[in-house]
Design a protein around this ligand. Structure first.
Ligand code: GLU
Length: 485
């Protein structure tokens, strides 16, 4: 990629505000920045935009770092904290005042509120009316000397347009008259997002600002700030919105939770990365599964769409299931270990249950690691169930009992050593074939007898895991249940 502004190396940043746990949108932004940095052998920095003291949440920074670490989105510099750079922003605000690109504003909250109400009544967008721009230097001095509270506002030209090129949207143009004289420095001496963001992106040598579409309306103000400060602006790319399946902005209602919640629920980083990459990016091929290195290889801003990306939880589940099935059973057991209920782990230990087998036989039927507990509860605790579910559709009680008896008779004489899934599978499938039986009719009651549920792992895998004694006991219990039905 040729850097359009002739800088040698790409440098991008993820700049979250620590106002809560990172969600899908924020981490998608981090991912796209990280992918570009890794692809172009550039740098990815982490900057915590903590200038809003009121919305600050204590464990947010830790959770941002944990989320990135979990997904392997390593940063090359930082985290930088804006709260530690206040002086820089104050200096910049003063410089803007002296260049007459910014001005002091002493308006009270009450005045601003009145202004807002009047504008709303006249169906005008809220906008500061430049009231304090009319103050003379002496008036300003006096107010400051008297200790009056003030903010510093950006002086937006009343006429003309502000334009910039967005790598995803092309040329974007705003009429200056719609832009508000935004506050740069608040009365508590802290900068607003706009000032701190621009100063930092410049100071930190950011070449590409890749962020969510919601920041697009702020960008002309940033461009004006860059110009006022005499800085060259970076390149901008505004990522498409993430929408629910009803085309509304993504929320909890659509199944979106914090990234760390996905971790807790048993999603794999590989699936989350693959899923997030497709929220707005299109590889322009049919390929759906991308490993981390394939994503780095294939990613480009050219492949990012303008239109909103639909968040589809079913797709995430499907991808996660795919990655679960890609894992080798030993690895799956290792990664899955923390998700197995504590009490189940203890029972597995006491009863010598082979957990590698447990994961192996479950892989086809779970989409998240946590689901193993529900799928395999029968392995660990007695499971009561309705006798009716032992009877396959289009069959009847007598037939089900007959088939369970048949299964029992075939299993009874086997040695423990033969109680292996492959051996049992061969034995039964051959028998079914030779006698021209219906597979489902024979194996359904057998499978339900072992699991106590309609959906469960493969019957032969379960038989091996449970062992001969328990299998025969469960079959007996099933027959008892049917007999009293
Ligand atoms: N602090 C902003 C946020 O939380 C960053 C926006 C930007 O990347 O400029 O999203």
């Amino acid at each position: 990629m040729i850097l359009e502004n002739n800088k040698e190396k790409i440098k991008v940043r993820f700049a979250p505000s620590p106002t809560g746990d990172p969600h899908v949108g924020g981490i998608r932004t981090a991912l796209f920045n990280w992918l570009l940095a890794r692809k172009e052998k550039g740098q990815f920095i982490l900057r915590i935009e903590d200038t809003d003291q009121e919305r600050y949440q204590a464990d947010s920074v830790e959770n941002i770092k944990k989320s990135l670490e979990w997904l392997g989105l390593n940063w090359d510099e930082g985290p930088y904290f804006q709260s530690k750079r206040t002086e820089k922003y104050q200096q910049a605000a003063q410089e803007l005042i002296s260049k007459e690109k910014a001005y002091y504003c002493f308006c009270s909250k009450q005045r601003l509120e009145k202004l807002r109400i009047r504008q709303a009544e006249n169906k005008k967008p809220p906008k500061y009316d430049k009231h304090c721009l009319k103050l003379s230097p002496d008036e300003i001095k006096e107010k400051i000397n008297q200790g009056e509270k003030y903010v510093i506002r950006l002086k937006i030209p009343e006429k003309g347009t502000t334009e910039f090129k967005d790598s995803i949207r092309g040329r974007v143009k705003f009429e200056n008259q719609v832009l508000d004289d935004t506050i740069l420095l608040k009365s508590d001496g802290f900068p607003t997002y706009h000032l701190a963001n621009v100063i930092d992106d410049h100071d930190m040598g950011i070449t590409h600002v890749i962020r969510a579409e919601e920041w697009l309306p702020s960008t002309p103000k940033h461009i004006l700030l860059y110009q006022a400060l005499g800085f060259e602006p970076p390149w901008f790319a505004h990522l498409p919105l993430i929408l629910g399946r009803d085309n509304k902005k993504l929320s909890k209602r659509h199944g979106s939770v914090s990234i760390l919640q996905y971790k807790e629920d048993g999603y794999l980083p590989a699936a989350i990365l693959n899923f997030l990459a497709f929220l707005g990016w299109n590889p322009k091929t049919e390929k759906e599964f991308f490993s981390r290195s394939e994503l780095i290889e294939a990613f480009s801003l050219n492949g990012v769409n303008k239109s909103g990306a639909i968040f589809n939880l079913d797709k995430l589940n499907w991808l996660n299931g795919y990655y679960i099935r890609q894992m080798d059973p030993q690895e799956l057991k290792r990664v899955g270990e923390p998700f197995l209920k504590k009490e189940f782990k203890q029972i597995a230990n006491e009863k010598n249950i082979d957990l590698v087998k447990l994961w192996e036989m479950s892989a086809d039927r779970i989409n998240t690691l946590k689901e193993i507990n529900k799928l395999c509860d029968f392995v660990f605790e007695p499971k009561d169930y309705l006798p009716e579910i032992l009877i396959p559709r289009k069959s009847n009680k007598t037939q089900a009992i007959k088939n369970l008896k048949l299964v029992e008779s075939k299993l009874k004489d086997l040695s423990e050593k033969d109680f292996k899934a492959d051996y049992l599978r061969d034995l039964f499938l051959n028998y079914i074939k030779e006698n021209n039986l219906n597979t489902g009719e024979l194996l359904w009651p057998f499978r339900v007898a072992l699991s106590g549920k309609r959906a469960s792992p493969d019957v032969f895998d379960m038989s091996e895991l449970l062992g001969k004694e328990l299998v025969l006991k469960k079959i007996d219990m099933a027959m008892d249940k049917l007999n009293i039905l």
